[in-house]
Design a binder for this molecule. Structure first.
Ligand SMILES: [Zn+2]
Length: 230
């Protein structure tokens, strides 16, 4: 079932390791077939070295397993909350990459200090509110997703393709799981850059709106001209 998506999700999971974003079994990637209403996600706790495409677990949008003998990632409910809230998403990736996670643990958004970030984010990488004791106690993973959904209320999720979960780590998304894994690399890079920017100059200011919008829109706007024509 869904062999192409299964392979793409498997490769995206491995890419997180290759890019140095994931150690041990941290992190997870999933993709969705909107036509089938099915999600392909990494299994829980399987070492990347021995993981195979066939180990990926297929569930429906409520999290019921449709195919696969392994348990799905324990963060499945967070992925499901994002897919249900945002129909434009085709893939979701979660890592504990060091610099992005440091910002999440500091409960600070990553300000948009430069054009590297503005090429992907029309502004800061936002951070959620801290979860309440009740949200942690019951349905923790679903409530993590709900916190991200609340954070993005009124925004196009593809215009802000990642968020930091306070005290936890980044979640990233995109039109495909490959895009989401790419964004995870960018989020880690801009997190490191922003930290170093503030180390050099603690009074550094975010990019002026004109320059931020220029970079964001030349790559993502209706008249985008960055790169080659598709
Ligand atoms: Zn996590």
């Amino acid at each position: 079932m869904l062999p192409a998506l299964r392979t793409e999700v498997y490769e995206a999971n491995l890419d997180l390791v290759r890019r140095g974003l994931v150690i041990y079994t941290f992190g997870n990637a999933s993709g969705i077939s909107r036509a089938e209403g099915l999600i392909v996600i990494k299994p829980s706790g399987v070492p990347y070295e021995t993981m195979r495409p066939d180990d990926m677990v297929i569930t429906d949008l409520q999290g019921w397993i449709v195919e696969g003998s392994l348990r799905p990632s324990s963060d499945l409910a967070t992925h499901l909350a994002l897919y249900r809230a945002f129909p434009s998403l085709g893939g979701v990736v979660h890592t504990h990459s060091r610099h992005a996670t440091a910002w999440a643990q500091a409960c600070r958004e990553i300000p948009c200090f430069g054009t590297t970030q503005a090429d992907y984010f029309c502004g800061a990488v936002p951070v959620t509110a801290e979860l309440t004791p009740e949200e942690i106690e019951s349905e923790y993973e679903a409530n993590t997703g709900a916190a991200i959904v609340r954070l993005l209320e009124g925004r196009d999720p593809l215009g802000c393709p990642a968020a930091l979960v306070a005290g936890h780590a980044p979640f990233c998304w995109g039109k495909t799981v490959t895009d989401a894994a790419h964004t995870a690399v960018i989020v880690e890079e801009v997190a490191a850059m922003a930290w170093q920017t503030l180390t050099i100059n603690p009074a550094a200011a975010p990019l002026p709106a004109e320059l931020r919008d220029k970079h964001y829109l030349r790559k993502n706007g209706p008249k985008a001209y960055y790169g080659q024509k598709a």
